[in-house]
Design a protein around this ligand. Sequence first.
Ligand code: IPM
Ligand code: MG
Length: 367
Amino acid sequence: MSNPSLLILAGDGIGPEVMDQVQRIIGWFGDKRGLKFDVSEDLVGGAAYDKHGVPLHDDTMAKAQEVDAVLLGAVGGPKYDDLDFSVKPERGLLRLRKEMDLFANLRPAQCFDALADFSSLKTDIVSGLDIMIVRELTSGVYFGEPRGIFEEGNERVGINTQRYTESEIERGARAAFELAMKRDKRLCSMEKANVMESGILWREVVNEVAKHYPEVEVSHMYADNGAMQLVRAPKQFDVIYTDNLFGDILSDCAAMLTGSLGMLPSASLGAPMDNGRPKALYEPVHGSAPDIAGEGKANPCACVLSFAMALRYSFNEGAEADRLEAAVEKVLADGVRTGDLMQADGGTPVSTSEMGDALLAALDASL
Ligand code: IPM
Ligand code: MG
């Protein structure tokens, strides 16, 4: 049987340098655990625009549809700010999400013990935090029609449309309930049913799906209250299920609870392929961080942890995912820190590749 295939799209900014460390870790699993992957690489975002004039080439899109999983670094940067909207780096990522139909975006926000006092919230509010945000990723206002900037009388009007079908809400809800079943069996759905019809439908459909999961305790919250509760008492949540735009905002909010965006992975999953694996793309939650790109300062942990999610959700290697997550935890507990994880008085930060070295050493020690 051939090895499972991975397509690496390192992208822009710090994407390539954090992905270099992930490549070393993929190599480690091949050498030491007999988990070999066929890895290919291609361009996305500004890097693809520079070469092809588009943020995602059709050939790359076709490859992404074929492989067992895509690993993405980051897209975007100030160099591309003035590009036409249709070819901005972000459009490459959004095309991947849409055409691969990656409707369930899993964004865990976990507070590592070693970083608990690094959060902008008080330590006791975040220590032990472990939430999973499931964001609907292929619909809603990100993709709804009509959209555009139009002339109306003597002025322009900007239009985007929040649109959700029952089946879109339902399939994401099922993914969220399935996760809740494997966790603490609590699910909080967030929308704005007080002002949006799409929110009313959202709530109804979630309640329908809930009937199939009687063990899961379901609650509903308006998304603005959800944002407040996330910073007031985040540990009240287990799984949060929400739409594309609210999920974008709430997941940044949840991410910051953990101290650094540099630690957070994500998985975007679609329907099962012929081989039973879900269509999947894994990427760190952080962006391309142009201010530090190319300087070897970036924290590779979020991207490394995204590969751990790939091991778990695409390759059914939960024990190896645990091993990699434990290596990250050990390195942090040992006090190894990239710049984003330094306190004001905190000693010398390690470089991106030194963090990679430490992770590999921790993996070796786990054998
Ligand atoms: C995210 C990002 C993207 C989004 C951008 C880069 C298009 O903010 O993944 O959260 O808005 O979905
Ligand atoms: Mg975002």
